[in-house]
Design a protein around this ligand. Structure first.
Ligand code: SF4
Length: 215
């Protein structure tokens, strides 16, 4: 299949959305996304398009969505495998959730140089992939990890603490939950509030999907 070319920004977002929407299954979508060059700066600097991890069954219990790949993710081609991923794995296990039964995705699939925040046009272009990923995976619950992901689902005026305290947000027929990104939990330390909140939120999600008896 031909690689996506980088036309004008809006046209690029439209083109990604059109091609992603036509992907009939995860494998097709992943193969096409890996050749995407709709964001010229990111495409030139990346080593891998980090499409995401999905369970073998094809339908995850929960889809976790972060912001963008970091250096280790770019190097390996897999999401959440650096320090943030190690903490996420630890807290998932403590909560009773098996990462192998979950999807792990990002809003933007290519690493922004220097780990800068993705720019609005990059988010817009990559949205076609994420929208189609969620359609194909059909997860009963989604967890937005951090503010960038929360804004993608709930809009640019989203305040993380308020969105988190709100609990379940109805989103396209699914329950959407907002919590801290593991990198915030690392930044504030093992005794910091974000880590405790993230751990509690993952226990709550595990409870809601039937993986523990109480939150
Ligand atoms: S960030 Fe997304 S839209 Fe941009 S080049 Fe990578 S895969 Fe394509």
């Amino acid at each position: 299949m031909a690689a996506l070319r980088p036309p004008r920004p809006d046209a690029a977002a439209d083109e990604v959305a059109r091609i992603a929407a036509a992907a009939p299954d995860w494998a097709t979508l992943a193969a096409v996304a890996r050749s995407c060059v709709a964001c010229p700066e990111l495409a030139a600097a990346r080593r891998h398009v980090v499409v995401g991890d999905v369970p073998v069954s094809g339908r995850p219990l929960v889809a976790f969505v972060g912001e963008a790949p970091g250096a280790t993710e770019d190097e390996t081609g897999r999401p959440f495998v650096g320090k943030s991923g190690a903490l996420l794995d630890q807290l998932l296990a403590e909560a009773g959730l098996d990462r192998a039964e979950c999807a792990v995705l990002n809003v933007v699939k290519c690493r922004p140089p220097g780990n800068r925040t993705p720019k609005a046009p990059e988010v817009a272009r990559c949205s076609g992939w994420l929208n189609r990923q969620i359609e194909l995976l059909d997860p009963p619950a989604i967890v937005a990890l951090g503010l960038s992901a929360a804004k993608w689902f709930l809009g640019p005026r989203t305040v993380l603490a308020r969105a988190r305290e709100h609990g379940a947000h109805p989103w396209n027929g699914r329950g959407l939950y907002v919590t801290y990104h593991p990198s915030a939990a690392i930044r504030f330390g093992p005794n910091g509030a974000p880590r405790a909140a993230l751990a509690a939120d993952l226990r709550q999600v595990a409870y809601l999907v039937g993986k523990r008896d109480r939150p």
